[in-house]
Ligand binder design. Structure first.
Ligand code: ADP
Ligand code: MG
Length: 360
């Protein structure tokens, strides 16, 4: 349904944001560490028209059979449904001066729950539309910080800052090298001879679900036992101390410490256009997520094992929080489309899976 079919008028404000794929640096963001995401060419788009009262009406093309959902500003209440991301944002943006309601229409090509951050894409796209409609004074970093609060304080998913920073700031031709502690960032151009492949495994994850929160808590316990503020503060030279922690905290901390080092190495490799080294780091990251952080699942491991041996692939790994979602591969640009096709066809045939190519 179009905006005018939904609301019998035209939109006057607009906001967009891309989904993101994290190249490397997984589960490091809530440990004050480094991440390296890029935007993907799939986006969330929000059209919006302000109202004179405090009513909010919102409709998503992702849920076409549901009529626009309504609530009043100030009456935001968690419902355990997609509208929580919208309610969460209006609840957070009250502090930025959001006083009036609106009619909104959401449309997206970012798959939901596939580890490509449809939730942050929605928060940033809607935040931009609201900023546009009500002249809110927020830069893109502030918007990312507000968007994260939607998930941590309203939806109840204890995530780090990567997704919102990526959806707010990243582009598709470079990776965003972000220090999640200071929020300083730089852009690392993707080598011209390379391409990213993103494949949705077909198994959706659940962020707010228990395991993510358990990992977060395990990292906090490991940091306390190591007498540091966050695991970011443990260097690669201190792995002996990490290995001395009790199970499974030793594994959790080892993943975070080695993963932070891998992000720094990957940045250097990409800057040197050294795709073999970057690919090796992808594979090491996957092994660490599988064996130490234990957030992978058998179908994803099978997909990675298959993909790594396909012609033109330098390296491949689970991307996003885990327990399902997508894999990202670093590939030779001239071979990436064919490689992606071969990976998905062989995997689906072999594992009776429903994986699909999202990029390229
Ligand atoms: P991810 O961010 O990895 O896709 P999450 O579980 O964090 O997965 O967020 C997915 C949830 O975000 C969806 O279940 C839905 O509630 C909400 N969402 C994301 N995009 C949209 C959209 N375009 N329309 C409606 N809800 C959306
Ligand atoms: Mg999300």
């Amino acid at each position: 349904m179009t905006f005018s079919e939904l609301y019998r008028r035209s939109p006057s404000a607009h906001g967009e944001a891309p989904g993101r794929v994290n190249l490397i640096g997984e589960h490091t963001d809530y440990n004050g560490g480094f991440v390296l995401p890029a935007a993907i060419p799939r986006r969330t788009i929000v059209d919006l028209a302000p109202r004179d009262d405090r009513l909010v009406r919102v409709w998503s093309a992702q849920f076409p059979d549901i009529d626009p959902i309504e609530y009043r500003l100030g009456d935001e209440r968690r419902r355990g449904a997609w509208v929580d991301y919208v309610q969460g944002l209006t609840w957070v943006l009250a502090a930025e001066g959001l006083r009036a309601g609106f009619d909104a229409r959401i449309e997206s090509t970012v798959p939901l729950g596939s580890g490509l951050s449809s939730s942050a894409a929605l928060e940033i796209a809607l935040g931009r539309a609201l900023r546009d409609a009500f002249q809110l004074q927020m830069d893109d970093v502030t918007l990312a910080v507000r968007g994260r609060r939607v998930e941590t304080d309203f939806v109840g998913a204890p995530i780090g800052i990567m997704d919102q920073m990526a959806c707010s700031l990243a582009d598709t031709t470079s990776a965003l090298f972000l220090d999640t502690r200071s929020l300083t960032y730089s852009r690392v151009p993707l080598p011209p001879a390379s391409a990213l492949i993103v494949i949705d495994s077909g198994v959706t994850h659940r962020h707010a679900g228990g395991e993510y929160a358990v990992r977060r808590e395990e990292c906090a316990r490991a940091a306390a036992l190591l007498h540091v503020k966050e695991l970011r503060d443990v260097s690669g030279e201190e792995l002996d101390r990490v290995n001395g922690l009790p199970e499974p905290l030793n594994r959790r901390a080892r993943h975070v410490v080695t993963e932070n080092a891998r992000v720094l190495e990957t940045v250097r490799a990409l800057e040197a256009c050294d795709l073999s080294t970057a690919g090796r780091l992808f594979l090491e990251s996957h092994a660490s997520m599988r064996d130490d952080f234990q957030v992978s699942i058998a179908p994803i491991d099978a997909l990675v094992e298959l993909a790594r041996h396909v012609e033109g692939v330098y390296g491949v790994r689970l991307t996003g929080g885990g327990f399902g979602g997508s894999v990202v591969a670093l590939a030779d640009r001239s071979k990436s489309a064919e490689a992606a096709r071969v990976i998905v066809e062989s995997h689906n045939l072999k594992s009776r899976a429903s994986a699909r190519v999202l990029v390229p």
